[in-house]
Design a protein around this ligand. Sequence first.
Ligand SMILES: Nc1nc2c(ncn2[C@@H]2O[C@H](COP(=O)(O)OP(=O)(O)OP(=O)(O)O)[C@@H](O)[C@H]2O)c(=O)[nH]1
Ligand SMILES: [Mg+2]
Length: 400
Amino acid sequence: MRLKEYLKLNKITNKQFSKELGISPVSLSRYISGERIPEKDIVLKILKQTDGSVSPNDFYYLKKNEQANDFIETLKLVNYTCKELKSGSKKALAKTITLVESKLKKDKALVQKILENLNVNNNTVRIGVTGVPGVGKSTFIESIGLFLIKKGLKVAVLAIDPSSKESGGSILGDKTRMEKLSVNPFAFIRPSPSDGHLGGVAKKTHESILCLEAAGYNVIFIETMGVGQAETAVYDMVDIFLVLLLPSGGDELQGIKKGIIELADLIVVNKADNDLIKVAEITQREYKNALQITGKPRENHLIDVLMCSSLKSKGIQEIWSFIVEFVKKQKDNKNFYKNRESQQTKWMWNSVRNAVNELITKDITKEKFVLQIQEKVRKKNLSIFKASQLICDFFIKNKF
Ligand SMILES: Nc1nc2c(ncn2[C@@H]2O[C@H](COP(=O)(O)OP(=O)(O)OP(=O)(O)O)[C@@H](O)[C@H]2O)c(=O)[nH]1
Ligand SMILES: [Mg+2]
């Protein structure tokens, strides 16, 4: 008999039974759901406590059959999705990115399997585009995007909006602002909601990039506002980082966050049109002069300051030539690949931190033992240091 049926039949609560076994209710519910198989000593305890009604086979064989069926189904789905992605299906791409953004454990596991089956593609360019709201990031991406599509490339855009909890917020505006690009068959635009937490941005955006590349997108733009912390996270997932400026005074005046300019591989003064041309030229000169003092952030790379009018599609060709030259140089000196590799490990740690964080916030905070400790800290009966040590030990012991 399965443990779930036994407990129900005998009207024993999870809490009671976990106490009898000397384990946490969370662990017990994992054994019951089949999420985890109990260790030998626990299996024997269960056998004893249930007078032999729940035997080891009830865990192992059932689990095995279920696992086998699940495995076959997952494999079919993974193969199908990968095939569709590689064929460039937008529908499959949208569905996969929805899985990437899902919080469900089963979706996350599925995404991992899909990603493992996708090939690494180093023939793409990942471009970060940042700048204060209204500087013209979306207009710029639309302009250069259409220019690249004419060259026969496929373009994808991920717009990160750290302020929006779910898809929505200003993203809807972004789609309408990229009117022509969003309806172009060779373009794919997707908002990347971040849940207001940065680890989330990095993980989801990184995984989305891999899906886009597998679907044959050659140039991936990642748009962020130059006011928050998301920029450094984005810097760690792109090959080249562009900072857009308005034709006006220094960066403080522009409201751009301090330090962001230092990350730029290329600075672009946008809106260099109509009566703003003169101011744009002054801005360009000022930044060029300033850069001579600050130096270069990347090996063998000189930052430049270019001007463009995204609205009139002027200066776009020069910006693309700069990007192509930059990527070529970075590939020649192998920095391009080294950069992607080191980003890979950064993402791994990011992922670990996220997973641990999720475990702590989800499971452990409801535990009686943890709540007692929390109460002691609140009443100043226990030091924070000792409390955190106790909680960590509890966390490890109970294999959360
Ligand atoms: N004159 C002129 N206006 C521009 C140019 N590029 C963008 N704009 C205008 O500037 C406004 C903001 O442009 P967006 O592309 O939405 O700016 P954004 O940086 O994406 O804004 P957020 O997504 O809100 O951060 C729009 O009204 C555009 O038409 C340009 O090159 N010249
Ligand atoms: Mg925008």
